[in-house]
Structures are given as structure tokens and as C-alpha cells.
Design a protein around this ligand. Structure first.
Ligand SMILES: Nc1ncnc2c1ncn2[C@@H]1O[C@H](COP(=O)(O)OP(=O)(O)OP(=O)(O)O)[C@@H](O)[C@H]1O
Ligand SMILES: [Mg+2]
Length: 272
């Protein structure tokens, strides 16, 4: 953990020294999420996709989590993310971490739901783990097309964005894994996809559920297109050696914060 903290401290120091927020080139030129109320008539509708309440419960999705401490932790995370993103005019937030199985997907889902509970925050939740997509399964979603279908030209945008019955939240799942994930991430079709999301009405915060940084080059490949990142680390799982190896990669990312996810303990609550 100390290495991640060190990277964050250094980035904060650099930001203070230059007097500007660390943001990828070109980010300031794009339109951004605001906390301005949006009239209902201006809201884009997406195709409905039912979710399975049992799957939500199994996956520990916030909607079904009765634990007050866990809900509170996500609300604190939501508020901090919202402040940082709006004050810096950022729209995309990548959820990643150093290793597999540390709780990235669950954090992405619960954070997206918590954000959407704010009446002025509109959210896209996107499965960007192209090799091992899991978002749709965690939500128990019934749907036809996913992100890979769009990237391979077999579906259009309106066919892959779904309303799962949570107000202000729209979900882009992924039906089929691909091996050549970093090529897809760098494709013109992917650029079209992100541009199209950012052009939707009302403008939304885009939460990207991503793979771990040490398993493929996906996160690094796509990082220039992502305004900020949250790292998910799991107490007990995130080995110090992995963090040491990740140091150079982490320095390339605009890390907004670290979520410690204690997935092995009974009283698990993520905190920021
Ligand atoms: N806080 C938690 N408490 C209990 N179980 C958890 C917690 N966080 C994650 N899990 C469980 O751990 C497993 C891995 O979580 P998740 O899929 O969110 O991790 P991931 O980092 O996205 O994994 P991958 O690297 O495979 O994408 C899942 O079965 C999930 O339900
Ligand atoms: Mg995952």
C-alpha cells in the first residue's frame, strides 16, 4: 500500500507545484459532467434489461446490501469521487488494481449505483474488461448485445446501452470475451464508443470496470483516454511485491484514490 500512497503523494505534489489538475491532454477540451439538474424531457431513454434479484444478492450488490456500514462507506466514496470529478471537469473513471479478484467489478457496480443515487449525477457503467467480462453476470442481466458486438460492428450503440431499472444509471455489459483486447481498446470503434457516451444527454460520469494492470497492457493502452483512476486493493490479497512491480505503471495513471477492499473478512467494508 505504501507504494500506491507514494505515487498518489507524488502526483498531488506535482499538481500543487504546477497549479493544475493532472489530466490527460485534450481532456479539458471535452464537455463535462455538471451538477446542474436535468429536466426529465431531456433524458435519453435506453432499452430495458431486467436484472435478477438473486444474482444481485449473491454478488453483494449495494441495492441488496442491508449492512449500514457498507452502504455508508460507498456513500462516502461516492461523495469524494463526485467532488473530485466535477471540480476537475473529468467524465471518465477507470476502476482497476494490481491483481485479479480484488473486488474491482463489485466496487465499480456499487460505486455506480451509489453515484446514481445523487439526483444530479447521471452515470454510465461500462464493462471494459474485454478478456473476462463479468458485469452482466454480477447484475444477473438479461440482454442480447454487449460491447464486443459494437466493437466488431455487429451492433449499434443503442443496442448495447441498457436501463436496468435504476434511475440515472445506464449499463453497457459485454457478452463475449475477446483475446485481442488491447487492439480493440485502441480501435477507432472504441474511440467512437467513448465519444458517443460523452455526447449523450444528460452528460454522465462514465465508470469503466477494467482488468488489473499487471495482467495485460489493456489499462496502459487505454489510460490516455481515461481522466482518472480508482485503484482497488484487497487486504491480504495485494502482495507487496506486486505493488513494487506496479510502481512504474501506476506513475502513468492519474490515480484519484485507493479503495481498500477487505474481501476475506466478515465485517468487510471498502473505504477510501
Ligand atoms: N468486500 C467484499 N466482500 C465479500 N466478497 C467480495 C468483496 N469484494 C469482492 N468480493 C468477491 O470476490 C470475488 C472477486 O470480486 P470481483 O470480481 O469484484 O473482483 P475483480 O477485481 O473485478 O476480479 P477480476 O480481476 O477477476 O476482474 C467475487 O466473487 C466477489 O463477489
Ligand atoms: Mg473484474
Amino acid at each position: 500500500m505504501s507504494l500506491i500512497e507514494e505515487v498518489m503523494r507524488r502526483q498531488a505534489h506535482e499538481r500543487a507545484a504546477t497549479g493544475v489538475a493532472a489530466s490527460p491532454a485534450g481532456a479539458a477540451a471535452r464537455g463535462r459532467p455538471t451538477l446542474t439538474p436535468v429536466p426529465e424531457a431531456a433524458v435519453q431513454q435506453y432499452r430495458p434489461a431486467p436484472v435478477d434479484p438473486d444474482a444481485l444478492e449473491r454478488s453483494r450488490v449495494l441495492l441488496r446490501v442491508q449492512d449500514v456500514a457498507v452502504s455508508r462507506a460507498y456513500k462516502i466514496l461516492r461523495t469524494r469521487v463526485l467532488h473530485r470529478m466535477t471540480e476537475n471537469n473529468w467524465s471518465t473513471l477507470g476502476i482497476t488494481g494490481t491483481g485479479a479478484g480484488e473486488g474491482k467489478t463489485l466496487t465499480a457496480i456499487n460505486l455506480a449505483i451509489a453515484l446514481a443515487q445523487d439526483p444530479n449525477a447521471w452515470v454510465f457503467l461500462v464493462d471494459l474488461d474485454l478478456q473476462r467480462p463479468q458485469l452482466g453476470a454480477y447484475l444477473g442481466m438479461s440482454y442480447e448485445y454487449g460491447l464486443t458486438d459494437f466493437l466488431t460492428g455487429q451492433a449499434e450503440l443503442e443496442q448495447i446501452v441498457y436501463d436496468i431499472g435504476i434511475k440515472r444509471l445506464a449499463v453497457v455489459p459485454n457478452a463475449s470475451p475477446v483475446e485481442t483486447s488491447s487492439e480493440h481498446l485502441l480501435s477507432a470503434r472504441m474511440a467512437d464508443f467513448i465519444n458517443a457516451l460523452e455526447a449523450q444527454t444528460p452528460r454522465r460520469i462514465v465508470i469503466l470496470d477494467m482488468p488489473p494492470i499487471m495482467v495485460s497492457d489493456d489499462v496502459l493502452a487505454f489510460a490516455p483516454r481515461v481522466d482518472s483512476f480508482l485503484l482497488v486493493a484487497s487486504q491480504g490479497l495485494t502482495a507487496r511485491r506486486t505493488l513494487a512491480n506496479a510502481k512504474e505503471v501506476l506513475a502513468e495513471l492519474n490515480v484519484l484514490g485507493v479503495v481498500l477492499n477487505r474481501s476475506t473478512e466478515r465485517n468487510d467494508s471498502p473505504y477510501y
